[in-house]
Design a binder for this molecule. Structure first.
Ligand code: COS
Length: 387
């Protein structure tokens, strides 16, 4: 299908593809085993200005939007979802500053983010606050011209490898969601350390760990927006980033589909390539149709966001749900098409299947996405009734 990419968009896609082919594919299996951080790939992405794609030009970026970011994420995800998670979670961490930072904060932090000099991590989740994001317990107490942070953030992508952190904490414990605020915290701030590093089923090239705040003092001017607006910052950030998770799903689905087609065309059983059997053709037809449908939805939503749309919670959640459920189905079917070979680590599809699972869980489970979609539809009904 032709999605009418501009010359520049095609260049971005080609560049990401080139980095994936040359730098990621040769090492992905090894990083999956060792859980080593992909420092060389991050370096290559930085040198190619990939971290600056979505950062405005005035802050050192290329001034592109969600769509260009999705194109890059898709290509990286075809090769390795672990590495694409490092890259995409960086955008997640940067969005609170991009969307809610004042000019001073943007000038201070965005150039290093755009150049890839510093990675960013987003800290919302806690042991008792996953789907129930308003259930966080980390506190931020104002003391003169500083906030004192106390608490532990869990399962934070880019954990110890980031230089900048956007953290959601309670400034008023009695107010729940309305008592949350968002902050920028720099690595090396006294009282800020790293806890348990997780040993994961998939996306093992990305680091996931705890962030521990123990009487960690940060300047009061590191607050993003204002006190009490932290839940809004988190929700708007997730609205923006979820289409990117959709593009991860699209990428890994396409990667698995390509592997399955190649294998089925070469594998001979009963004297002919298995792709000539209708049972396999129907599986591949379903995989290809769903992947293309995911691409159409992800691209349309990303373009809609870039058009300046104000409220895109519903469609961003739709892109995330559809493309990541597709990713799980397609990667599982790719293993099935490839049979015993698909199950072995000699081929990349078993890793793709393990990697894909997280997409249905992180940045809001697919059950929560359906809540977001359902509630948005209900709100539209109420609004239309009021006329
Ligand atoms: N944009 C703007 N405002 C939003 C919003 C959005 N997308 N979503 C919610 N809000 C507002 C609501 O309008 C409400 O405002 P008021 O208090 O003024 O009425 C407030 O935020 C609280 O909303 P709600 O009552 O819907 O909050 P809930 O606690 O019921 O939680 C869900 C809502 C479940 C959608 C939210 O907690 C969520 O997204 N959870 C998943 C979190 C997640 O993605 N975690 C992954 C970790 S980050 S990688």
């Amino acid at each position: 299908m032709d999605y009418f990419l501009s010359e520049e968009q095609q260049m971005i896609k080609d560049l990401a593809r080139q980095i994936a082919d040359e730098k990621i594919i040769p090492i992905r299996a090894e990083l999956d085993e060792t859980e080593e951080f992909p420092a060389d790939v991050i370096d290559a992405l930085a040198k190619s200005d990939m971290f600056g794609l979505f950062v405005p030009e005035e802050y050192g970026g290329l001034g592109k939007g969600s769509f260009e970011l999705c194109l890059a994420v898709e290509e990286l995800s075809k090769a390795c979802l672990g590495i694409s998670t490092v890259y995409a979670a960086n955008a997640l961490g940067a969005y609170p500053i991009l969307l809610f930072g004042n000019d001073e904060q943007k000038k201070k932090y965005l150039p290093d983010i755009a150049s890839g000099k510093k990675l960013v991590a987003f800290g919302l989740t806690e042991a008792n606050a996953g789907s129930d994001a308003a259930g966080i317990q980390t506190t931020a107490t104002l003391d003169g011209n500083e906030y004192i942070l106390n608490g532990t953030k869990q399962w934070i992508t880019n954990g110890s490898h980031a230089g900048i952190y956007t953290i959601i904490a309670l400034t008023d414990k009695s107010k729940g969601a309305r008592g949350a605020s968002a902050f920028i915290v720099e690595k090396g701030t006294p009282g800020f350390t790293f806890g348990k590093k997780e040993n994961k089923m998939g996306i093992r090239a990305s680091t996931t760990c705890e962030l521990v705040f123990n009487d960690c003092r940060i300047p009061a001017h590191n607050i993003l927006s204002a006190e009490g607006r932290g839940f809004l910052v988190a929700m708007k950030t997730l609205d923006q980033s979820r289409v990117g998770v959709g593009s991860q799903g699209l990428g890994v689905a396409q990667g698995a589909l390509d592997e399955a087609i190649k294998f089925a065309s070469e594998r001979i059983q009963f004297g002919r390539p298995v792709i000539t059997f209708q049972a396999i053709q129907h599986m591949i037809a379903n995989m290809a149709t769903k992947t293309e449908a995911a691409r159409s939805l992800v691209y349309s939503v990303a373009r809609y966001i870039d058009s300046g749309a104000r409220d895109f919670s519903k469609v961003s959640a739709m892109a995330k749900v559809f493309a990541t459920d597709t990713a799980m189905e397609v990667t599982t079917d790719a293993v099935q098409v490839m049979g015993g070979s698909g199950y072995m680590k000699d081929y990349p599809v078993e890793k793709m299947m393990r990697d894909a699972k997280i997409l249905q869980i992180y940045e809001g489970t697919n059950q929560i996405q359906r809540n977001v979609i359902g509630q948005s539809i209900f709100k539209e009904v109420v609004k239309n009734k009021k006329g």
